[in-house]
Design a protein around this ligand. Structure first.
Ligand SMILES: Cc1cc2nc3c(=O)[nH]c(=O)nc-3n(C[C@H](O)[C@H](O)[C@H](O)COP(=O)(O)OP(=O)(O)OC[C@H]3O[C@@H](n4cnc5c(N)ncnc54)[C@H](O)[C@@H]3O)c2cc1C
Length: 406
């Protein structure tokens, strides 16, 4: 498709590929037409490897590629659509602290900076700490993450892959650039792909429906009757946060929640959950939920919530009506809001032109890459969708990438 003229002029500036926007005016002061019309490209025209996403998985892959002597910004380019550092963590709600989250694993090599999430302030918002630590990490290792760069599609052009990205700036909110590359590491996480189960009547509800990724603070639900749906840590966290402010709270789960008696997650359950996810990823099946396998750790806060009758879940309702939710036995709960803490799916829409999905709806993964196209590596996918899993993926995927380049 032909680009509008001013978008092509930006390509003229592509030879200045490594300039940042901040330096744009100092680089192009002698050509007013270019200064006015065409911001300097944020992306180089080509590279060997593009990493999509600078969350735990993408940064971990970048770290190991650098250790294997690939040069950041030259041999590989990391892009992220987020405005700042922190991956999905930068978008999480302020009441989520490191103390109330699961354990957040350190990035590989982070000790070199004298930083660890283990010793971080567990009372500050996790989003602030993770964003700060990731920023220090990116700078220390010179990873040169390009942002905001949203990959819209990845497609074939001859033997190469083309990454088409939106690089909005003050001149144009829909500015597009392309990078030609040999390999792609997809580390795009799940945050923008919330899953909400279909329930009859869902479109008729007159109140507010919010998914985990739209939750800002409990204060938004003051004096409201709220139904929280979901059996994981996020749903439980919402129940505990909403308790002092909501007028009425109902917790609903699709299946009974298994609380691990220990404060830590049961090792056996964790291994089972990861094994199930791994088997699904290898077979290309849609991925099962991790919490289903691990259970929820019964911390002192959660144990107290169960004890006082707050964390006692009802089964899933069978219909949603304009004023609330109704169960199969006819009972009804009026609701001002429904919060869906019902999980996420891998965010892979931008890879659609490559047709990686199989008939079962999943992507079959072999040695870290898509079976349908081994130039596409998946980091942080399936069993790797946690900070510890993402770290492990980093080393394994980086090794495979180096092997594929040689
Ligand atoms: C509410 C919640 C709490 C969690 N708590 C924990 C926890 O305590 N411990 C734990 O280990 N795990 C936790 N997780 C799991 C979580 O998935 C991981 O912590 C971690 O965020 C995964 O890292 P990632 O790099 O795979 O994905 P992300 O952190 O999601 O990073 C993906 C990055 O890709 C970017 N991106 C996506 N699409 C594009 C695109 N098209 N173009 C450009 N960039 C793109 C995003 O901007 C983002 O920065 C939690 C998840 C949720 C939803």
């Amino acid at each position: 498709m032909r680009r509008p003229a001013h978008k092509q002029t930006r390509n003229l500036a592509g030879s200045l590929a490594w300039a940042t926007r901040a330096t744009r005016d100092s680089i192009l002061p002698h050509d007013p037409a270019v200064c006015l019309e065409s911001p300097v490209s944020l992306l180089p025209p080509s590279t060997q490897v593009v990493i999509i996403g600078a969350g735990q998985a993408g940064l971990s892959v970048a770290y190991f590629l650098r250790r294997f002597e690939l040069e950041p910004g030259v041999d590989f380019v990391v892009v992220d659509r987020g405005p700042g550092t922190g991956g999905a963590w930068q978008h999480r709600w302020s009441a989520l602290t490191l103390g109330s989250a699961h354990r957040v694993a350190d990035l590989p090599g982070m000790t070199e900076l004298g930083l660890s999430f283990e010793t971080a302030d567990h009372h500050r918002p996790a989003r602030d700490i993770v964003a700060e630590y990731y920023r220090a990490y990116e700078q220390h290792f010179g990873l040169q993450v390009k942002r905001p760069v949203e990959v819209m599609s990845v497609f074939n052009r001859g033997a190469d892959l083309v990454v088409n990205a939106r690089t909005p700036d003050e001149h144009d909110d829909d500015y597009r650039e392309e990078i030609v590359t040999r390999l792609v590491v997809n580390a795009s996480g799940t945050w923008q792909a919330p899953f909400v189960p279909y329930v009859p009547g869902i479109g008729d509800f007159r109140g507010r429906q919010v998914h985990t990724n739209g939750y800002v603070s409990a204060e938004e639900f003051r004096d409201q009757s709220v139904v929280v749906v979901g059996g994981g840590t996020s749903a439980i966290g919402f129940m505990l946060e909403l308790e002092p402010v909501a007028s009425d709270l109902t917790w609903v789960t699709r299946r009974p929640v298994e609380f691990a008696d220990d404060e830590r997650l049961s090792m056996e359950g964790g291994v089972r959950a990861v094994t199930e996810q791994d088997a699904a990823a290898r077979a290309g099946r849609p991925l099962p939920s991790i919490v289903h396998g691990t259970g929820v750790a019964k911390t002192r806060r959660i144990a107290a919530g169960i004890e006082r009758g707050l964390l006692v879940a009802r089964p899933m309702f069978s219909r949603i009506e304009p004023e609330g939710v109704r169960w199969a036995d006819g009972s009804f709960q009026r609701a001002d809001a429904i919060i869906w803490a019902t999980g996420f799916r891998p965010e892979l829409r931008h890879l659609a032109p490559l047709r990686l999905h199989n008939r079962g709806g999943g992507v079959t993964v072999r040695n870290g890459a898509a079976q349908a196209d081994p130039r596409i590596f998946l980091a942080g996918y399936g069993p790797q969708a946690s900070t510890i899993g993402a770290n492990r993926a980093g080393r394994a995927v980086a090794r495979q990438v180096v092997a594929a380049l040689s």
